[in-house]
Design a protein around this ligand. Structure first.
Ligand SMILES: [Zn+2]
Length: 316
């Protein structure tokens, strides 16, 4: 008798941006990259917590590793790979893409990619920008990514935010045409309420909302027909990390509810079936979206039109 089983169905992607507490953009005014060596590193221990969590819940994920971390802790990258996870790139020095310019972006990208590939012995084809910093000011980065061999980007957050976001950009994974070829875009996760896109299920958004609210919103994202794109940082499961002096806004965004992250993730991985970004993408028929205007019965918002024009200009 032949036993057949249906292929597993997934709710979405589990992703980790592997960086330490002193790398984050919120501290850029008080911590320069040249000072990073002065801070006690905690990224190994906190990443191990996430690896243990994933193993305990039989979950694989995509780990976007900072090149700086890979250069200092190559063994950590090997451990991530050997645990069955997918290794992606989170830049080398955690600089905002729209501040680097095209040449600086390529230099930083290639350094990180080459470091990661030399460790794992495989091509690295997935990228997530520091602080989702591919915006309407840096759409040229999509072409650079494709030219440097990347197939998947997860750097565009379709929301309005002071540091990132393209309001009105597609919320569903899709293919973007660039002069160098097609790139799959797996956007930051939002819950759509009418004409408003609300970020949910990752980083500070996960820490700030009670789990019951997040659970309900993630269920709604699934009902809206989209895969989840959960993201977390190792420092978010490290509540005892050293405190860095910064503005009230940065302190709130970085330190609020750190102790809640791990219990929420445990509930998340029990409630939703998550896997690597590549695995999720293989189950989807990706639409080719020539512009970012959504096919909505409603008239596009004025900001959508602006962003759409910028996307068309930058990638055509
Ligand atoms: Zn980051």
């Amino acid at each position: 008798m032949t036993v057949t089983s249906d292929p597993p169905t997934y709710d979405g992607a589990f992703t980790v941006d592997v960086e330490d507490y002193f790398h984050v953009s919120a501290f850029v005014s008080s911590v320069r990259p040249c000072d990073w060596g002065r801070f006690p590193c905690r990224v190994e221990a906190s990443t191990h917590k996430l690896l243990d969590l994933a193993a305990a819940n039989d979950t694989r994920g995509t780990f976007f590793v900072l090149g700086w971390v890979a250069e200092h802790y190559p063994q950590l990258v090997t451990e991530i790979q050997q645990a069955g996870h997918e290794v992606g790139c989170h830049s080398h020095a955690h600089q905002l893409v729209y501040e680097l310019g095209a040449d600086g972006f390529r230099q930083d990208l290639v350094r990180a990619r080459d470091t990661l590939e030399s460790i794992i012995g495989q091509p690295v084809t997935l990228y997530r920008a520091p602080s989702f910093s591919i915006t309407s000011k840096s759409l040229w980065a999509l072409q650079v990514l494709r030219e440097e061999g990347f197939q998947v980007d997860s750097s565009i957050y379709p929301i309005r935010h002071d540091r990132y976001g393209i309001p009105g950009a597609p919320v569903m994974p899709h293919l973007i045409e660039t002069p160098a070829g097609e790139l799959a875009e797996f956007p930051g996760m939002v819950f759509e309420a009418g004409r408003t896109a609300v970020p949910v299920g990752g980083g500070g958004y996960l820490r700030l909302l009670p789990w019951m609210v997040t659970e309900r919103l993630l269920g709604s994202v699934r009902k809206q027909g989209r895969p989840l794109n959960v993201y977390v940082h190792p420092w978010e499961v490290d509540p005892d990390q050293p405190r860095i002096a910064c503005s009230f806004k940065s302190r709130f965004r970085h330190y609020q509810n750190l102790r809640s992250t791990m219990p929420k993730l445990q509930k998340m991985l029990k409630r939703f079936r998550l896997t690597t970004m590549s695995e999720v993408l293989t189950t989807l028929e990706l639409p080719r979206i020539p512009s970012v205007i959504r096919s909505s019965p409603e008239a596009p918002r004025s900001t959508d039109t602006t962003a759409a024009a910028e996307v068309r200009e930058a990638v055509s």
